[in-house]
Design a protein around this ligand. Structure first.
Ligand SMILES: [Zn+2]
Ligand SMILES: [Zn+2]
Ligand SMILES: [Zn+2]
Length: 764
């Protein structure tokens, strides 16, 4: 767009910028292809047009109105890359509807990654597909799993864009029947009918006073309480001699108060009465805010609260008051961290009532303080038999006042999506908590030789599994293993080999690669042996692990819940519940709409293999065996036992490219060679039970209601407190000059840190 004598790019914020790798060998066509892919452009509708502005240095020598340079060929693209070598340049991507005049707006900004990318050496690829290739792109710490768990395959096309945002956005909202009782007990504010009327009845004197406070804040005056007794309540305008006053008395012998006299006209000056505003406390402002404006999720900031109250009621406040108002408003909506614990027995009871077959455990100590909690929905328990028996366990920190750790057990469905099985809240990850967790889990999932448990390398998990699940096989998450290796050992070559070894399907491949590591980096080799090859290497894993090598799928739950992790505990559970309600409903519907026998994820995965299978030659050996060749590679497939010498068929329980070639040569449908776990009807059955919200109105028996659960004592987290560094003379000198504001922590009320960095124990 041409504006103020200059050309300006307008950036489409929704699309944002992307980093696309290109080098001297990238052709213009390939580059446009990558742009189309990364921005998900519908190329049937739009043409892509690339252009860029000269760098400032060059622009100085040119007239200001120099238009952007179009990039329409390989030569021009390389010209751009050449320029970008000295200075980072933005390449503008424009979308032009086909057959229309080019539109400059909306346009998108994109910084081209000018660094030459190391191409992976050819020749070390797996012989049947490139799924295992180690890819340096898009991999900041080099530890990505390369989507070994196929998660992206199962994604519903419509879901793709929303998947990231929707869980967080939806978690913030409150459905009416899960609101803590606290709110309903408050005066329901109808802002339009806020006025006081003679004859009005209030549940208590306190409630009447609250109403008066709100009124005085709205009308910008202040009152003083003249008399406050059990049988009389009178208030006057704070300005001496003003006629504004209220008189209320109880109704009979009840707690209720009725307004008997109300003089609503002030005889004082507006300047006088508005000079004092003692009632505009965060408590009252929060009430006003919650009832008239609403939003308290983590994206709402103090300035939003201040702005909203200013726009709506003309109330002005500084940042700190807005901050405290927001905190109070959050407590009003979500309940306090303490009530989060006291509500637990009732909440769990109501969840069990609404969801038959649900398994919950709440453990308190001898002083009725919260210890552990476990929750597995009936829907998960009913669905698990239709899933592959690989359970991933992982832990994540909670960020509320009482901290704690959320433990999650999950599996992957036949469409390669995450399936939550059980949740637990414990103090911290240690031998006791993990053993307790697995004890509870064993009520839901029995120990079995066919069961595989995948986790990070935490010692406590290993100990607990040995005790509680002696028959199951344990695997460690390769993602965590890679991270550890990257921290301890140098060298990308060795690291690439570790990935190759971990993902190898054939023992011979593994041995060759592992030996290579031994030569290249003996220390790393020793480390890997100590880590136990049976746990991290696919070929040596004793059980059925399928495609699952990482706990990544559990981490995607963490991500979906990340906004909820600072809520009171009962609200964390309800965020989990609401996420599951949505997932189960969406996927059941998705499964119902699938037309194929296999799930969409498997279809997508096999699509590539079916194409490649056409390149293979098949020679029958006997009734079941076939020899499948392509170039130098030779594999033997056993269609009856569903095995192939490449071992992929055996491990994934999905036909490898060789098995597909062999099956097609024999006119057998490869579908019949897929494990039923990958069938659409298994996928559907896994989600056949709904996850219901609790019915907060349903009556609770006396023994449940009388159960006490108070907040835990939070001990100092393990680990040494940070050293306070000796201050240099210079630092001391400058420190004196600028005294910094001391912060008071809202969690422990001590000075010098804030609630996010707080590590203090909390006593109750
Ligand atoms: Zn007055
Ligand atoms: Zn094979
Ligand atoms: Zn603190």
């Amino acid at each position: 767009m041409f504006q103020d004598d200059r050309w300006i790019f307008f950036v489409d914020d929704k699309r944002g910028s992307k980093i696309i790798a290109a080098n001297d060998r990238t052709s213009y066509e390939d580059f446009v292809g990558m742009v189309i892919e990364d921005y998900k452009v519908d190329f049937r509708i739009y043409d892509v047009q690339l252009s860029y502005m000269f760098s400032k240095k060059i622009l100085l020598t040119l007239p200001k109105s120099t238009p952007p340079v179009r990039v329409t060929s390989c030569r021009q693209l390389h010209g751009f890359l050449e320029q970008g070598k000295d200075k980072p340049l933005h390449l503008c991507v424009e979308l032009k509807e086909k057959g229309r005049e080019p539109v400059m707006c909306p346009s998108k900004k994109e910084s081209a990654n000018i660094k030459d990318q190391d191409d992976d050496e050819d020749g070390d690829e797996d012989d049947d597909e490139d799924g295992d290739r180690f890819d340096y792109c898009d991999d900041s710490d080099g530890a990505s799993s390369g989507d070994e768990d196929f998660r992206s395959y199962g994604t519903h096309p419509k879901e793709e864009e929303n998947e990231e945002k929707s869980p967080a956005a939806k978690l913030g909202t409150t459905s009416t029947n899960t609101q803590p009782k606290r709110v309903s007990q408050h005066v329901k504010l109808e802002i339009s009918s806020l006025n006081l009327v003679v004859g009005q009845q209030y549940e208590s004197k306190h409630e009447l006073e609250t109403r008066l406070k709100i009124l005085s804040v709205l009308h910008q005056f202040d009152f003083k309480v003249d008399r406050s007794a059990t049988d009389l309540f009178t208030v006057n305008c704070w300005v001496e001699g003003c006629s504004w006053r209220v008189r209320a008395t109880p109704v009979g012998k009840s707690e209720k108060f009725t307004v008997r006299v109300y003089i609503d006209k002030h005889t004082c000056s507006v300047t006088e009465r508005s000079a004092r505003a003692r009632q505009a406390t965060p408590d009252i402002l929060a009430l006003l805010y919650v009832n008239s404006v609403g939003g308290v999720d983590s994206k709402v900031l103090p300035k939003h609260v201040a702005e909203a109250l200013n726009m709506r009621f003309g109330i002005k406040m500084d940042y700190w008051k807005a901050h405290r108002t927001l905190l109070r408003a959050r407590v009003l909506v979500r309940g306090s961290p303490e009530s989060g614990y006291s509500e637990l027995p009732t909440y769990l009871h109501q969840i069990r009532q609404a969801n038959p077959g649900t398994f919950t455990r709440l453990e308190v100590d001898e002083f009725q303080r919260f210890k552990y909690l476990f929750l597995a929905f009936g829907a998960s328990i009913n669905g698990f038999p239709f899933l592959r028996k690989v359970v991933v366990v992982d832990g994540t920190f909670l960020k509320g006042k009482y901290k704690g750790t959320l433990l999650i057990a999950s599996a992957q469905d036949g469409n390669f999506q995450i399936f939550p099985i059980a949740f637990a809240v414990v103090d911290t990850e240690n031998d006791d908590s993990w053993e307790w967790f697995f004890q509870q889990l064993s009520n839901v999932i029995q120990d079995d030789e066919g069961l595989a448990l995948i986790s990070d390398r935490h010692q406590s998990i290993g100990n607990a599994i040995k005790k509680v699940y002696p028959k199951a096989s344990r695997g460690v998450c390769t993602y965590h293993l890679y991270k550890n290796i990257l921290q301890r050992f140098r060298g990308r070559d060795a690291f690439r080999l570790v990935k190759k070894a971990a993902n190898a399907f054939k023992i011979s491949d593994f041995d060759a690669t592992f030996d290579e590591i031994g030569v290249l980096n003996p220390a790393l080799h020793r480390y890997l042996v100590k880590a136990d090859v049976r746990k991290w290497a696919r070929v040596h894993f004793p059980g059925d692990r399928y495609n699952l090598t990482t706990t990544n799928i559990a981490e995607s739950i963490n991500k979906a819940l990340s906004d909820a992790r600072s809520l009171p505990i009962v609200r964390v559970l309800d965020a989990v519940r609401s996420m599951m309600t949505r997932w189960f409903a969406d996927r059941r519907m998705d499964a119902g709409s699938m037309k194929t026998t296999l799930t969409r994820g498997v279809e997508k995965l096999l699509e590539k293999r079916v194409q490649q299978a056409k390149l293979y030659k098949v020679q029958a050996i006997d009734v079941h065996h076939a020899q499948v060749t392509c170039g130098m590679s030779l594999n033997v497939v056993n269609l009856k036992e569903k095995k192939c010498s490449c071992r992929r068929f055996d491990v994934e329980k999905l036909p490898c490219v060789h098995a597909i070639a062999a099956a097609e040569a024999r006119r057998i449908s490869p579908i019949s060679k897929c494990d039923p776990y990958y069938h659409k009807n298994y996928f559907y059955n896994a989600y056949s039970t709904s996850v219901m919200p609790r019915d907060a109105a349903s009556p609770v028996s006396e023994d449940v209601a009388s159960k006490v659960c108070s907040p835990p004592i939070v001990r100092n987290p393990p680990g040494r407190p940070k050293n306070s560094r000796m201050k240099s003379a210079l630092e001391k000198a400058t420190a004196k000059k600028r005294p910094r504001k001391e912060y008071t922590c809202s969690r422990c009320h001590r000075v010098g840190h804030n609630c996010k960095t707080c590590k203090a124990p909390i006593e109750v």
